[in-house]
Design a protein around this ligand. Structure first.
Ligand code: 13P
Ligand code: SF4
Length: 351
C-alpha cells in the first residue's frame, strides 16, 4: 500500500545518500513529489542535472527531461526515468523526419541555413535537439523563450519553432511580432500549407503542435469565472492558446506561476491555466493566507503521462539501485547527445 511504499522509498534514499538525487517536476503527483530532493520547471531541473555530482539522477518527470539530464550530466552519471512509458504527447508531435522535410522544403524558397534559426522547445526528443545543434540552433523552455528568441533574431532573421505553436506565438507576440508574421507549418500539406510569399514574409514559422492538457483551457472559462468573481487574477502557462494568454494577467512557466501566486497579496483569488496537480498543491499551500487558487477548466484534466510515475515505480528503481542494479536508464547515443548538447549549452549560456 501507499504507506508501505513511502517507507520503502525513504529507506532506499537513506541507503543511497548523496549517490542519488531525485528531481521532481511540478506536475508530479503528491506521493512522488514529496520525495524529490529538488523540484522545479524544465529550466531549473536541467540546470540541476548539469550541476549535480550524484551518480544516479532519478527524474520524476517525462522522457525528454531524463534525456536532457543524461545529455547534460557527465558520462559516468546515470539518468533514470521511473516509468519508461512517461512520454510527452506534445513532444511526439514533431520528429526528426518531419522537421528535416520541413527544412528541405523551406530551402526551396529561402536560403534556410543563412536565414533561419531552428528553435526547439525542450519538450522534444533528443534527435530534434541534435537537429538544432547541427544547424546552429538552440533549445528553449517556457521560462526563457523570449531570451532565446532574442538570441536567435540577433543572429538570423527568421525562426523555425517546434513543436509547440502556442509557446512560440505567445512569446513572439509579447515581443511585438505581429500575428501575420507568425505562420503555422502543417506538415501534412505541401510547403506546410503556406504560400512562398508567406514564408518570405514570416518572422516565425510555428510547428503545428500543442499540449492537449493546456489546449483544454478556453477564453470562455475565464469569462464565466469572472462573472462570479470579478476580482480574480488570471495566470496561464504559455502552452495555453493565444486567446487564453491574452485574457491573462500573467503568463509564466510552472516555477514562475508558483512564485507569482506565493508572493501575491493575501486574500486574493487566482484562476490558473496549468496542470491540476500543481494547482491543487498551490491551493492547499496558500489557503492559510486566504488565497483561493482555482483550476481553469471545468473538467479536471491532468497530464496523464506525468501521472504515470507513481510511488511504486519510484520505490522499484531506488531499491534496484540499492542492490546495484540500474533499471530504466535513459541513455542518448553519443553522437546525438554531443549535437543536442550544443543546442542545450547555447540555451544555458543565453538564459
Ligand atoms: P515548465 O518548464 O514550465 O515546467 O513546463 C513543462 C511542461 O511540460 C509544461 O507542460
Ligand atoms: Fe507534455 Fe503537456 Fe504533459 Fe507538459 S503537460 S509534459 S507539454 S503533455
Amino acid at each position: 500500500d501507499d504507506a508501505e511504499c513511502e517507507a520503502r522509498i525513504v529507506a532506499a534514499k537513506e541507503k543511497l545518500g548523496s549517490r542519488c538525487i531525485v528531481l521532481g517536476h511540478h506536475y508530479q503527483r503528491n506521493e512522488v513529489f514529496k520525495h524529490a530532493d529538488i523540484t522545479g520547471d524544465s529550466l531549473k531541473l536541467s540546470r540541476e542535472a548539469a550541476q549535480s555530482d550524484a551518480e544516479y539522477i532519478v527524474f520524476c518527470g517525462v522522457h525528454f527531461m531524463a534525456e536532457v539530464a543524461d545529455i547534460l550530466s557527465r558520462p559516468e552519471q546515470i539518468a533514470i526515468l521511473p516509468d519508461m512509458a512517461a512520454g510527452c504527447s506534445m513532444a511526439d508531435m514533431a520528429n526528426q523526419v518531419k522537421v528535416q522535410k520541413c527544412w528541405d522544403e523551406l530551402a526551396r524558397v529561402i536560403d534556410v541555413e543563412n536565414v533561419v534559426t531552428p528553435v526547439t522547445y525542450i519538450n522534444s526528443a533528443a534527435d530534434l535537439k541534435a537537429f538544432c545543434g547541427k544547424h546552429d540552433g538552440i533549445v528553449c523552455t517556457s521560462s526563457n523563450a523570449e531570451k532565446i528568441l532574442n538570441w536567435s533574431f540577433a543572429r538570423k532573421e527568421k525562426v523555425l519553432f517546434f513543436p509547440d505553436q502556442h509557446l512560440g506565438r505567445n512569446t513572439g507576440y509579447s515581443m511585438g511580432i505581429p500575428l501575420e508574421q507568425m505562420v503555422t507549418w502543417d506538415f501534412t500539406q505541401p510547403l506546410g500549407g503556406l504560400t512562398e510569399q508567406q514564408i518570405r514574409d514570416a518572422k516565425i514559422i510555428l510547428w503545428k503542435g500543442y499540449c492537449s492538457v493546456h489546449q483544454a483551457f478556453k477564453p470562455e472559462h475565464i469569462d464565466e469565472f469572472k462573472k462570479k468573481y470579478p476580482e480574480t487574477k488570471v495566470i496561464s502557462h504559455p502552452e495555453a492558446c493565444f486567446e487564453v494568454c491574452q485574457k491573462s494577467d500573467y503568463i509564466g512557466s510552472t516555477e514562475n506561476i508558483l512564485k507569482i501566486v506565493r508572493e501575491a497579496e493575501p486574500n486574493t483569488r487566482w484562476l490558473v491555466a496549468t496542470e491540476l496537480n500543481l494547482v491543487n498543491r498551490l491551493h492547499e499551500e496558500c489557503q492559510a493566507e486566504g488565497k483561493n487558487v482555482h483550476f481553469m477548466a471545468p473538467t479536471l484534466s491532468m497530464c496523464s503521462t506525468m501521472f504515470r510515475t507513481d510511488s511504486q515505480h519510484l520505490a522499484w528503481v531506488l531499491e534496484n539501485l540499492v542492490e546495484g542494479h540500474v533499471v530504466n536508464q535513459i541513455s542518448v547515443p553519443a553522437e546525438e547527445a554531443a549535437l543536442a548538447k550544443k543546442a542545450l549549452d547555447n540555451m544555458l549560456q543565453a538564459s
